[in-house]
Ligand binder design. Structure first.
Ligand SMILES: [Zn+2]
Length: 644
């Protein structure tokens, strides 16, 4: 979807410079819910018949930006999916269909009150048979959702732009407006008064002026959902950039209001940086044989029209978010509104990732804003039960911020290497790319790419509600090892315990060290070698987790542990060593667990000496991540992550 700018926070830095450190942040719920609730017919999902699939649209639209009116011809090439003599498109009754032809013959049609156009085919089709129809229509488009088809002005110059998500395509052109079918490709021809310029999806093939009319012809040769088809006409200034993506020099084309030309020219490099980052991190830019572009429009935010984002101005967060949608939303589109986080959570994560790499000051502020928003209420799940509640679908706290933070936590849990491997596999899944995906499809890809069972993760963060609050009790022994006990409460009964890694930063005036403890059960105790005397512990310093009201206390009983424990080498290849100095206990139990929690090895060692060297065999263990648990009497309980 899109992001609406509510306000900007500018922070003055020094006496001379004023930098937009925080960029902008969005309050999707307030603005988008209002837009939806004003439009009861937004609940009309597609009524198009399921007996055909669209292959190709050839669209011709004639308009004058000064007049809210469209004169259109849409040729739809389709394949029957069942024997039929009639097919149904979505189209508002506000528009008048003048005629429909097939094989140059007029055919019968009716416009129905449920916003459909029913066509009687001249010859019945069998399943898999291909055919085409040409639909001629005109009128004043309907006005649902975010406007669908807007006639407005900028600087006293008229402009028309379209914004169809989610069900507004049928307000201005006959199509399948549902989330179940993408056309394989698209041609768009726009005719308009010659003092203006027109822009649409894909690559401009020609722009010719005859008399007072200019005709612009665009081709787009990738699958596209109908809500991502768009065009706009006004007195655009046009400028071109390029960006190097591997061996490809990708054109970036910007259509901008002349009064904002200098600003867009100055800022476009930001989205080109993001383009290279996403191309190299997620998967190749999905429309790399064509272009990326910006078209300025007057709606307060951005809309990820395929290959041509419509954008109100050059805010870095907004540009990165809409660019992220080209992978998450356009290339892979959520297959149901229940899974809207696959669009919005991922695009929000993409923008956060851009800030992490290019603007660390804004990055932390943005994460803190997300986090405060998420934990402002104790409940709410990312996955959507009730899709009739449109306000819930576009809930910025859950679908955008918590969705993005869930990805951040998955990254923290898996580590960068496995997380991005899974993300790339999802992007390249042949069953999903240029099609639709559900949450289970994403989970399946992450599990097969990483070899991890992620049931618990999705259960607690996607389908469960709320967040944990941690209480960390700790102390240190004479060797500067910390004894750590983590207790957890949760804000919502749907998740009694959040299983998660937790970063703890031990610090004093001059030193700090971060250790990651695994919270697998409540009140787990562990040990960590800090190496100096700490006076404070900082829970989740880098904002990796959704949590709130965390507490720390140096309150555990002073340790009686004499020994210094060293575990090495890590990563291990064939033999792991556990060395003890002056063991306080006379026996130590070592247990080795696989990452799925399965016990793979254990042994009770006698430890009577002053220096003990215990050996854990690793030769037969497959590569992966393990947990070594060491227990001795009441004083030693240590869990350490071991990588082979
Ligand atoms: Zn969005």
């Amino acid at each position: 979807m899109k992001c609406i700018l509510l306000f900007f926070l500018f922070i003055t830095v020094g006496s001379t410079a004023q930098l937009p450190l925080c960029k902008q942040f969005t309050d999707i719920p307030a603005m988008e819910q209002r837009a939806f609730l004003n439009q009861s017919n937004m609940r009309n999902v597609s009524q198009a018949s399921p007996n055909y699939k669209v292959n190709f649209y050839r669209c011709t639209w004639k308009c004058d930006p000064a007049v809210r009116y469209i004169d259109g011809k849409v040729v739809a090439y389709f394949t029957a999916t069942a024997p039929t003599s009639s097919i149904v498109f979505d189209l508002t009754t506000r528009l008048t269909v003048d005629s429909v032809t097939s094989h140059n013959q007029k055919i019968g049609f009716t416009q129905q009150a449920n916003q459909t156009l029913v066509l009687q085919l001249p010859v019945a089709l069998n399943a898999l048979q291909k055919d085409s129809v040409a639909m001629y229509y005109h009128g004043v488009p309907d006005n649902t959702g975010f406007g669908s088809f807007i006639q407005s002005a900028h600087n006293n110059v008229p402009v028309i732009w379209t914004l169809s998500e989610p069900y507004g395509s049928k307000d201005w052109w006959p199509c399948r407006s549902g989330m179940d079918d993408k056309a394989d490709s698209l041609d768009v021809t726009i005719l308009y008064p010659s003092q203006y310029k027109g822009t649409s999806n894909g690559l401009l093939q020609s722009e010719t002026t005859v008399g007072n009319t200019t005709t612009s012809f665009f081709k787009h040769r990738y699958p596209i959902a109908s809500y991502l088809v768009a065009f706009s006409v006004t007195n655009f200034a046009v400028f071109n950039n390029t960006v190097q993506l591997g061996n490809t020099v990708l054109p970036m084309v910007t259509y901008v209001y002349p009064e904002d030309l200098a600003t867009f020219q100055a800022d476009t490099h930001l989205v080109l940086d993001a383009m290279q980052l996403f191309h190299n991190t997620f998967a190749p830019y999905p429309f790399i044989k064509e272009k990326y572009g910006h078209t300025q429009f007057g709606w307060g935010g951005g809309m990820e029209h395929q290959t041509n984002t419509f954008i109100t101005h050059t805010d870095a967060n907004l540009m990165a978010h809409e660019l992220g949608h080209q992978w998450f939303g356009d290339k892979i589109t959520c297959g149901s509104w229940q899974d809207i986080w696959l669009n919005e959570g991922f695009a929000t994560f993409a923008a956060d990732y851009y800030f992490e790499k290019f603007d660390t000051a804004s990055s932390r502020i943005t994460l803190a804003i997300h986090l405060n928003n998420i934990v402002s209420q104790p409940d709410g799940k990312v996955w959507i039960e009730d899709t009739s509640n449109v306000g819930r679908i576009f809930d910025g706290r859950l679908s955008y911020d918590k969705g993005a933070y869930t990805l951040r936590m998955l990254r923290f849990t898996l580590g960068d290497s496995l997380f991005f491997k899974g993300l790339r596999q999802y992007q390249n899944d042949s069953a999903l790319q240029y099609r639709f995906a559900r949450t289970a499809d994403f989970k399946r890809n992450m599990e097969t790419a990483t070899g991890r069972n992620l049931d618990y993760f999705f259960q607690q963060w996607i389908y469960g509600e709320g967040y944990p609050s941690f209480t960390v009790n700790w102390s240190q022994n004479n060797n500067n090892w910390a004894r750590i006990k983590v207790s957890e409460t949760t804000s919502h009964p749907s998740v009694p315990f959040f299983r998660t890694p937790l970063a703890l930063t031990f610090k004093n005036a001059t030193q700090q060290k971060t250790v990651v403890v695994q919270c697998n059960t409540n009140n787990d105790e562990s040990w960590a070698d800090i190496g100096f005397v700490a006076d404070t512990v900082w829970v989740d310093k880098d904002l990796q987790l959704i949590s709130k009201n965390n507490k720390t206390a140096k309150s555990l009983a002073a340790s009686t542990v004499q020994n210094e424990i060293k575990i090495y080498p890590n990563p291990v290849s064939s033999q792991l060593y556990v060395s003890l100095k002056n063991p306080s206990e006379k026996q130590m139990l070592l247990q080795l667990f696989a990452s799925n929690g399965q016990l793979v090895w254990k042994r009770m060692f006698d430890t009577p000496g002053q220096d003990e060297l215990l050996q854990v065999p690793f030769t037969l263990n497959p590569r992966g991540t393990y947990l070594l648990k060491a227990d001795a009497g009441n004083s030693i309980h240590l869990i350490k992550k071991i990588v082979k």
